[in-house]
Design a protein around this ligand. Structure first.
Ligand code: NAP
Ligand code: NAG
Ligand code: NAG
Length: 329
């Protein structure tokens, strides 16, 4: 019999998450039934959505939601070979049993020299989010100017690079000078540290005096209020995330967007990556091809130890990560 460890939500987050909001539990897993597989976590993902979804998808005591790259260690289902790797949505657990329904195998020809953890980042949900937000929502065209915030993160770093591949000019901002150096290294045209510029408005005007065709919005709040007036006529805004608002207890208010939306004839659309799930296999193949060609570079911020899951999650919210925040068991 296997003893699994799992991190549960002990108490709903109130403002920024705290150590005491999490609780480490042990679970005894039963023997496998026909059709089931036993999974062992190899890499776990910590993502911003866990903060807002904790309120609506979880009750106190539930295991934290999330995905992981897992290895099949025992199988009573011929579709899943022992030793194979897949992405599971079983949450913050070291071991789990699945009937196979919520499992996504890694691309079949995954190269040896590409870390499997990328299935949680550039070659997984965040990479797909970047691709769909740019291609389906912003509908970027060569020659356009794209602005992305949280640019050094899992989604943002892929957004900038795909926009470059598609022939756009890319402006990105992030919260440290080390991140800014990284963004230059991976080909962003203009970059700035939003925490140290004296005026966000001036920084945006300086980075692109003609304004922006597309805004890939990861941050929301104040940034959004300042960036929307900098859009060009017929600009498109893909509302992907609003991390600056996720742990508010009192809602923030800001300037109203309607006049800019009207007079600049802007389009603003929120989206969830799952909308284009039917295209995921071909999209992942495209992302993999760019990675292999060296056109899409990746960085990971890896924390070692399942016991450090809460710290890794809180660290990501605070901006510790360049690229995807990952926990290695
Ligand atoms: N719609 C969808 O389907 C979908 C899917 C995936 C992700 N998302 C959203 O996309 C965004 C990025 O996700 P990710 O997984 O790529 O995370 P990430 O960017 O790798 O990590 C979060 C980053 O957000 C930045 N940040 C935190 N608080 C901030 C604040 N108050 N103002 C500005 N920046 C702040 C931090 O970087 P700095 O050092 O730069 O501050 C931090 O590193 C999130 O909003 C997430 O919810 C949406
Ligand atoms: C294996 O799992 C899949 C997905 O849940 C299921 O459709 C299939 O019937 C299972 N196969 C066997 C042999 O149990
Ligand atoms: C009130 C509070 O704790 N605000 C923080 C919420 O989390 C973001 C990062 O996710 C911080 O930037 C805020 O300062």
């Amino acid at each position: 019999m296997i003893k699994a460890k799992a991190w549960a939500l002990r108490k709903h987050f109130d403002g920024f998450p705290k150590d005491g909001d999490f609780e480490l539990k042990e679970e005894q897993l039963p023997a496998l039934k026909d059709g089931e597989v036993l999974l062992e976590a190899v890499f776990l993902s910590v993502d911003p959505y866990m903060r807002p979804y904790s309120r609506v998808r979880m009750k106190e005591g539930d295991v934290m939601i999330g995905t992981q790259v897992a290895k099949v260690v025992e199988s009573r289902n011929s579709s899943f070979a022992v030793g194979s790797y897949l992405v599971s949505r079983c949450g913050w657990r070291t071991h789990s049993i699945s009937d196979g329904k919520d499992l996504t195998p890694l691309l079949s020809d995954w190269p040896e020299n590409i870390p499997k953890s990328l299935a949680l980042g550039t070659l997984g949900m965040p990479g797909l989010t970047a691709l769909y937000g740019l291609m389906e929502v912003c509908e970027i065209k060569a020659g356009e100017t794209v602005l992305v915030n949280a640019a050094a993160g899992a989604v943002g770093s892929v957004v900038g690079q795909i926009a470059k591949i598609k022939g756009c000019k890319v402006i990105g901002c992030a919260g440290s000078d080390e991140k800014i150096a990284y963004l230059k290294e991976i080909g962003f045209d203009e970059v700035f540290n939003y925490k140290t510029v004296s005026s966000l408005e001036d920084a945006l005007k300086k980075a692109s005096p003609d304004g922006y065709d597309c805004l890939f919005e990861n941050v929301g709040g104040h940034f959004s209020s300042v960036a929307i007036p900098q859009m060009k006529t017929f600009g498109r805004i893909a509302v992907c995330g609003s991390i600056s608002l996720y742990n508010d207890t009192t809602p923030q208010t800001g300037p109203y967007v309607q006049p800019h939306m009207i007079f600049k004839q802007l389009r603003m659309e929120g989206f969830l990556v799952h909308r284009w799930e039917h295209k995921n296999v071909e999209s992942l193949k495209q992302l993999m091809a760019w990675v292999k060609e060296g056109k899409l570079k990746y960085s990971e911020h890896i924390t070692t130890g399942f016991d450090k899951m809460p710290a890794a999650f809180m660290g990501m919210l605070k901006g510790d990560n360049i690229g995807k925040a990952i926990v290695k068991v």
